[in-house]
Design a protein around this ligand. Structure first.
Ligand code: FES
Length: 107
């Protein structure tokens, strides 16, 4: 991997947990690495099980057209299984669960 690996801070709302998300890792993977489990199923951007809303920040996508309607994108919905942080983020994921050994901390 080339140098300059950047990561961004991601906060899960309303729980308030935060974790680091490298820009080359999906939000689902970065959350899992920090011990935060987000809803998921297919993990390839088609089933929409992971869909949640981005309260602030920007994401980029690993695939060209993730399974979101243009209106949903416009409303701020993202698919964390194929989305990567492009800035610090706040994600509304009320169904998120944190492992007891989680590294994520409350901001
Ligand atoms: S887990 Fe299926 S779209 Fe994200």
């Amino acid at each position: 991997m080339s140098g300059g690996e950047r990561s961004f801070s991601v906060r899960i709302a309303p729980a308030g947990w935060t974790f680091e998300a490298p820009r080359a890792m999906t939000l689902l993977e970065a959350a899992a690495r920090a011990g935060v489990r987000l809803a998921s199923s297919c993990r390839n951007g088609t089933c929409r099980a992971c869909m949640c809303r981005l309260a602030s920040g920007n994401v980029s996508y690993r695939i060209e057209w993730p399974g979101l309607l243009p209106e949903e994108k416009a409303q701020g919905f993202i698919l964390p299984c194929v989305a990567m942080a492009a800035s610090d983020l706040v994600i509304e994921a009320p169904q998120a669960v944190r492992n007891s050994a989680s590294e994520a901390h409350r901001a």
